[in-house]
Design a protein around this ligand. Structure first.
Ligand code: PLP
Length: 463
């Protein structure tokens, strides 16, 4: 590794492992258990040290609710079921009831019909992985496709590329329009006889833009291929935004071409981290997601998703969250988030040299000119902001959650952004993690991969 990269690795290490040498470290099981009070104190100390940025609304996305009473209620629901496991429906039929109700409530919210079926997964990535695996097997069974392709706008979440990598699918990337939405004509051209599924986002992660799902799904339907809406981010807020009169294009199972959709309970569903829902308009596609083993010596085995044992406590917490909030609760929270996002976007657009990337109800993505946007990011991080760095083209985004809804948060962000733009114009902000975001454009892929591998090795090596 070059000297430059070694230095960069040092900066990453400082950020990711600040407790080295600062807190008791455990590289093997202690011979005798550590006192429970001591461990709870240690956990509280770490949490206390880390809660500042997200509680103050300085972290993009990540924590969608975070109010103390809400968290207390959800963790109480978790605690009551922390020992339960949906793998044993005979022992815990309560989980069958709760999972099927989570699926039904989500389907009802997202335009599902009488034939809509689905499952609860561990998060957006698993919903996407398992759906892509289902399309692979469905297209093989129904259309004899042996080299299946997935048509993906470049803004689609990286979990789709991960699915292609895991399951032997070929990603067919398509470009965006000037507004950072999927280009329908390019989608049409990318479809071949090998296409298993077309993907659209509502909205996409990088820019928060809702793709033209109606048009894209019609193209897919005409071609006789599946269409997956990735509403992991927007599934639990866009329906309420629509009800509140926002101009949100239709994106859900109500469209005849949409054959599946993913929506995360652990994002704007406000449940604790660890659940998402994937839904299909046709149970036959869902069946390609299931795994059943008939002859295993361990007995007949069947599971809906990729995991075996699963945390029933998280199912209970998600179920309780959906029911405690109800439509009224979701509408009220959506109103606050949408108002804060509007305020943020209009403020950002007024900062000289800052340019919004695409229209979005919940995200402010922007690029800067002539300032280097990663320097701006580094300077903002010095003021305690944790934003997401974008690439191709370089940019930044702040995804708005309830944490940014107190007006003082948006005001302080805009003040700090104006300051960072001025500082970056003088050449400040070149250190820290800024160069990491520009890496892929300046180094060969192999070197970037080696660098990222070494970060992961280093992060999780024992003390
Ligand atoms: C549009 C979109 N899809 C999928 C995901 C993946 O979700 P998860 O991080 O829960 O795996 C995200 C995460 O932010 C997302 O924004």
């Amino acid at each position: 590794m070059t000297m430059e990269l070694e230095e960069l690795l040092g900066a990453v290490q400082k950020r990711f492992r600040p407790y080295d040498g600062q807190l008791p470290a455990f590289s093997a099981l202690p011979a005798k258990g550590v006192a429970r009070t001591e461990l709870l104190d240690l956990l509280a100390k770490m949490e206390h040290g880390e809660e500042g940025p997200w509680k103050k609304g300085r972290v993009s996305g990540a924590v969608y609710h975070g109010e103390r009473e809400h968290a207390k209620f959800a963790t109480r629901a978790y605690a009551l079921s922390s020992h339960t496991n949906p793998l044993h429906p005979d022992v815990w039929p309560s989980l069958v009831k709760m999972e099927s109700e989570i699926v039904a409530m989500t389907a009802h919210m997202l335009g599902g019909g009488a034939s809509t079926r689905g499952a609860v997964t561990s998060g957006g990535t698993e919903s996407i992985l398992i759906a892509m695996k289902a399309y692979r097997d469905w297209s093989r069974a129904k259309r004899s496709i042996t080299e299946p392709e997935v048509v993906l706008p470049v803004s689609a979440h990286v979990a789709f590329d991960k699915a292609c990598h895991y399951f032997g699918l070929r990603p067919k990337l398509v470009p965006l329009t000037e507004d950072y939405a999927a280009n329908v004509e390019a989608v049409k051209t990318a479809i071949t006889p090998n296409t298993a599924v077309v993907v659209g986002s509502a909205p996409c992660f990088p820019y928060g833009v809702v793709d033209p799902i109606r048009e894209m799904s019609e193209v897919a339907k005409d071609a006789g291929v599946g269409f997956h809406t990735d509403a992991c981010l927007g599934g639990f807020i866009l329906p309420w935004a629509k009800r509140l009169g926002e101009d949100v294009p239709t994106f859900d199972l109500g469209l005849p071409g949409v054959t599946s959709i993913s929506a995360d309970t652990h994002k704007y569903g406000y449940a604790p981290k660890g659940t998402s829902v994937v839904l299909y308009s046709d149970p036959e596609i869902l069946h390609r997601q299931y795994y059943v083993a008939k002859h295993w010596p361990g007995g007949i085995y069947f599971s809906t998703t990729m995991a075996g044992s699963r945390p029933g406590g998280l199912v209970a917490a998600a179920w309780a969250t959906l029911l405690a909030l109800g439509e009224e609760g979701y509408l009220e929270l959506a109103k606050k988030v949408l108002a804060a996002a509007k305020e943020l976007r209009s403020g950002v657009a007024k900062v000289p040299g800052v340019h919004l990337m695409g229209p979005s109800p919940i995200v402010a993505a922007f690029r800067t000119e002539p300032q280097d946007v990663y320097q701006v990011m580094e300077l903002l991080s010095q003021r305690g902001w944790f934003l997401n760095g974008l690439q191709n083209p370089p940019g930044l985004h702040l995804a708005v959650t309830l944490r940014q809804t107190p007006p003082a948060v948006v005001r302080s962000f805009l003040r700090d952004l104006r300051w960072a733009m001025k500082e970056a114009a003088t050449g400040s902000g070149t250190g820290g993690l800024a160069p990491v975001y520009g890496l892929a454009s300046t180094m060969p892929d192999d070197a970037v991969e080696e660098f990222l591998d070494s970060i992961l090795d280093w992060m999780y090596h024992g003390s």
